[in-house]
Design a protein around this ligand. Structure first.
Ligand SMILES: Cc1cc2nc3c(=O)[nH]c(=O)nc-3n(C[C@H](O)[C@H](O)[C@H](O)COP(=O)(O)O)c2cc1C
Length: 335
């Protein structure tokens, strides 16, 4: 069965790959992922805070205590909290490139179009085949408009596009007021692909210690539904590549995402829970499913349930909302 797909200009034997996570900080794990047939490696992010923190720390050391940036530094995580420093990150790109023969996608994560995005160029020089930019921007300033927030994302993409030649995928959150319009403008700014969706990690409250505590839960398949809707809509509008990230745990999840229009299927939680070999199983299960359903290739299925191609496109919008709510009966769903 031909499972091949095109993603960010790469011809891949199939769409299944690890999403961005610390899994690939370890070269043995990278090899295991390649052995499990990963179509590409997406690296853990290099974070704006990390780059800025290192730059400030260096500046602080050079300038001396009288012009200390200690206060600024106290807002940022200690550089040692990151598994890989900015320099190590670039080295890790070269090491991974030397160890595997599949495309290596480096990841930058930040919110402002500031000096940290110069690292895009360094990542390209270190050998990254493509770049995933995670625009992790939680808008909390009441003086800032949605347009300001979107413009910031566009500025990041425009500046990185000017700095590098490699393909650029933008990992977005779903929290924009007009995602279709933003996707269009990102495409014009030079985005080669979109990765749907970034998860914002939710802080919790410790009611005894009166502290805000960070929580990282691995995903559940329920999270896929939001992605399916937007994959289906954007695959009919955005001309670049689309990757799904969030809630893919088995072959059925992957099939749905591909039917909605995904060109690449990224997985993290399931690989963290069950190991990299899960990639082999999911790929085999998808292949078997396609054969049993008499598809000639994966591409034949790709986008078949997109907004433009499904018989019931309004199902992805508001229309079913009323029907679902009105059709619901109390105490029926006890699962
Ligand atoms: C431990 C962990 C670390 C992650 N690190 C990153 C990261 O560095 N950059 C990034 O863009 N996403 C990161 N993610 C998010 C994942 O790439 C992915 O988008 C998210 O986990 C949803 O996919 P899943 O349902 O397959 O887990 C991380 C997720 C986990 C669980």
């Amino acid at each position: 069965m031909d499972l091949s797909t095109e993603y960010l200009g790469f011809h891949l034997p199939h769409p299944f790959m690890p999403g961005s996570s610390p899994l690939v900080d370890d070269l043995d794990m990278v090899k295991r992922l390649e052995d499990a047939g990963a179509a590409a490696i997406v690296m853990h992010s290099l974070f704006e805070e990390q780059i800025v923190g290192e730059e400030l720390a260096m500046y602080d050391a050079v300038r001396g205590p009288e012009e200390s940036y200690g206060e600024a530094l106290s807002y940022l995580p200690d550089p040692e909290e990151f598994a890989l420093g900015a320099h190590d990150y670039l080295q890790q790109i070269s090491l991974i490139k030397a160890a595997v023969s599949i495309p290596v996608i480096a990841s930058l994560n930040g919110t402002t179009p500031a000096s940290w995005i110069e690292y895009a160029r360094l990542m390209e020089q270190a050998g990254a085949d493509a770049l995933e930019v995670n625009v992790y921007d939680l808008a909390t300033d009441p003086l800032e408009t949605g347009e300001d927030v979107e413009q910031r994302a566009l500025d990041i993409v425009t500046r990185i596009r000017e700095a590098v030649r490699i393909p650029l995928a933008i990992k977005l959150s779903p929290f924009y007021s007009s995602l279709s319009n933003l996707a269009r403008r990102l495409e014009h700014a030079g985005a080669s692909g979109l990765v749907l969706f970034n998860r914002f990690y939710q802080p919790d409250i410790d009611i005894e210690e009166l502290e805000v505590v960070p929580k990282l839960y691995l995903s559940s398949p329920n999270e896929l539904l939001l992605r399916l809707r937007w994959l289906a809509i954007l695959s009919s509008q955005f001309r670049g590549s689309l990757a799904v990230t969030g809630g893919v745990h088995n072959a059925a999840d992957a099939i749905k995402a591909i039917m909605a229009g995904a060109h690449a299927v990224q997985m993290v939680s399931v690989l963290l829970r069950r190991g990299p070999e899960t990639l082999v199983r999911i790929r085999a299960d998808v292949e078997r499913w396609l054969e049993n359903h008499e598809y000639g290739s994966l591409k034949q299925m790709q986008g078949s349930m997109s907004y433009a191609r499904t018989a019931n496109p309004k199902g992805f919008e508001r229309a079913n909302y009323m029907r679902i709510l009105q059709g619901w009966r109390p105490f029926e769903d006890v699962s």
